[in-house]
Design a protein around this ligand. Structure first.
Ligand code: F6P
Length: 342
């Protein structure tokens, strides 16, 4: 078979491990030709590709980022984009496209699948918010980085008796914040799923101080939102996928905490550090499993399906169902986190 592969959306550790697994099994087991398209869907619009061999992927398993490059270009927002993708697909006599991405990339894959293009999805994102899969690769690495950062902030917070506000990624969901908050022993965690009241946040911190404890760590997901009319926040901005662009709520939260409580407060925004560098062992294994399952799905002709992790096993689920809604933080896990709040 002739198979196209692309990586779209924000990069994350483990992308190369997926590509490596796809290429390895495609070549060694099936004798396929694999074309790697550059920068996500843009590569298919512009017919920008290179053939991938087993040798090309040597040494990439532990490497972060993506050797194919990525972008948030979406063919349906580019004039003639849809037709250009179809033309490239036909010109290379492709039998399938494997789209590795988050909700934006996979939604585009789903649209092309509906248009009759044989497409398979692989869920990636540090946010862990893709539906119907218990885990996306990249999440474990981001969580590990965030937890290590929180551990380090504890000691400096204690030395100075300060409040440390740590902002982690998570536009619409608080998976990284909730998990890192539990793992790092956060005093409070703010997530998009549960709008916060800054007065409650400050009261909790004061109570903790009055009880003789100090050095609080407040973990804030970048998409955390105050309850209506409790705090002023600037207007939202959007990227090419129409996704909200965030980063900065922690500064506003910290300013409010300092002015309302008088406690010295500092901000750490972890940002893209969470997406960079080498994938954890867990992410390498999950990426490898997803890659193998994706090329197997191509040979099953499971068009319009996404590979997913369910009950510890790799399964196929309909892309259309997976992109229908984001996967939010499990209320049971959130309840566990809350037991440790100030
Ligand atoms: O890929 C998901 C993500 O890392 C989000 O957590 C974050 O909001 C966004 O990407 C950042 O995007 P960009 O790399 O375009 O700044």
């Amino acid at each position: 078979m002739r198979v196209g592969v692309l990586t779209g959306g924000g990069d994350c550790p483990g992308l190369n491990a997926v590509i490596r697994a796809v290429v390895r099994k495609a070549k060694r087991t099936y004798g396929d030709t694999v074309l790697g398209f550059k920068d996500g869907w843009r590569g298919l619009i512009d017919d920008d590709y290179r053939e991938l061999t087993v040798t090309d992927l040597r040494g990439t398993l532990p490497r972060g980022g993506t050797i194919l490059g990525t972008s948030r270009v979406t063919p349906f927002r580019v004039e003639g984009g849809q037709e250009a993708v179809m033309k490239t697909f036909t010109a290379h006599a492709l039998d399938a496209v494997i789209a590795i991405g988050g909700e934006g990339t996979l939604s585009v894959a789903n649209e092309f699948a509906k248009l009759g293009m044989p497409t398979i999805g692989v869920p990636k994102t540090i946010d862990n918010d893709v539906g119907l899969t218990e885990m996306t690769f990249g999440f474990d690495t981001a969580l590990t980085i965030a937890t290590e950062a929180i551990d380090r902030l504890h000691t400096t917070a204690e030395s100075h008796d300060r409040i440390m506000v740590v902002e982690v990624m998570g536009r619409h969901v608080g998976h990284i914040a909730t998990w890192a908050g539990i793992a790092g022993g956060a005093t409070l965690t703010l997530i998009p799923e549960e709008p916060f009241d800054i007065s409650d946040v400050c009261e909790a911190l004061v109570r903790r101080h009055d009880a003789g404890r100090y050095a609080s760590i407040v973990v804030v997901a970048e998409g955390a939102k105050p309850k209506p009319d409790t705090m002023t926040i600037p207007e939202d901005q959007y990227d090419d996928f129409g996704h909200i662009r965030l980063g900065g709520i922690s500064t506003l939260v910290a300013d409010e905490i300092e002015s309302r409580t008088g406690y010295e407060t500092r901000v750490t925004i972890l940002g893209h550090v969470q997406r960079g560098g080498s994938p954890t062992a867990n992410d390498r294994v999950l990426s490898t499993r997803f890659g193998i399952a994706a090329i197997d799905a191509v040979h099953d002709e499971a068009w319009g399906q996404m590979v997913a992790l369910q009950k510890g096993r790799i399964v196929q689920v309909p892309l259309a169902e997976a992109v229908k809604e984001l996967k939010f933080v499990d209320p049971q896990l959130w309840a566990t986190a809350k037991n440790f709040f100030a």
